[in-house]
Ligand binder design. Structure first.
Ligand code: SAM
Length: 220
């Protein structure tokens, strides 16, 4: 059984062939195959240990014929038959970088389901540049952590600076988890400003106070 975070990601998978990048134990591709969400999958891993774990887990579940476990960096493990890519459990900047570095592999526009632990802004910037449109955004809370999921398909979008930061779909609904997430961010930023006041770094402090004002406006 997979955790709540990956389970939420799996709700958006209904495809032919999945590539899960940074697959670790291959939990998501195994779940997707076992639940008939896809027919085939690639599990990509750049680190040897997790790659071996993915291989072993795939074999133990008797799925080596349908899950191709590959050692490789980012999107280099995928081919044009993949019609959905998941990248989960990483920071937003790393996910954004994997997309940008592998943009040649996105020329046929597979659907993307991207689950970041923090800082999704660079993901949205890269999606817009790469010719993707955000279809849905979901927050999941598990063990006190709040995770973001972005679902994107081929399409055009032009996001405002505010939408880049907060998410176009999140801004429409501003549900309870969204408010909780950004209230936590205010607390974190207020702690930073207190520390900066001690160090008398006025310009950085003003910048952070601006950010707090902006978040409070969005939550108001
Ligand atoms: N996706 C799983 C999940 O959400 O539970 C595992 C997340 S784990 C925290 C991140 C994994 O991504 C690690 O196993 C790491 O080795 C892998 N990873 C990091 N950068 C990568 C890259 N450029 N290409 C492929 N895998 C990468």
């Amino acid at each position: 059984q997979i955790n709540k975070r990956l389970s939420k990601v799996s709700e958006y998978i209904n495809h032919n062939k999945l590539a899960d990048i940074g697959s670790d134990h291959a939990y998501l591709p195994i779940f997707a195959i076992q639940n008939k969400l896809v027919k085939e999958a690639i599990a990509g891993e750049v680190v040897k240990g997790p790659f071996l774990a993915a291989q072993q887990n795939t074999k133990a579940n008797g799925l080596s014929n349908v899950i191709d476990v590959k050692l490789g960096n980012g999107l280099e493990v995928i081919d044009e038959t993949v019609d959905v890519i998941t990248i989960c459990g990483m920071g937003g900047p790393l996910i954004a970088q994997i997309l940008d570095d592998g943009k040649d592999k996105l020329s046929h526009y597979p659907d993307l389901i991207l689950q970041s632990n923090i800082h999704a802004l660079p993901i949205r910037q890269n999606l817009q540049q790469l010719g993707y449109k955000i279809m849905d955004e979901i927050l999941v809370k598990e063990k006190k952590h709040i995770y973001e999921i972005i679902v994107a398909k081929k399409g055009e979008m032009t996001l405002s600076a505010k939408e880049m930061k907060f998410g176009p779909v999140f801004l429409k609904h501003k549900d309870d988890l969204f408010i909780e997430k950004w209230e936590r961010e205010i607390v974190a930023l207020e702690n930073i400003t207190k520390q900066l006041e001690d160090h008398q770094d006025q310009s950085r402090n003003n910048e952070i106070k601006q950010q707090i004002v902006q978040i409070k406006e969005v939550l108001a």
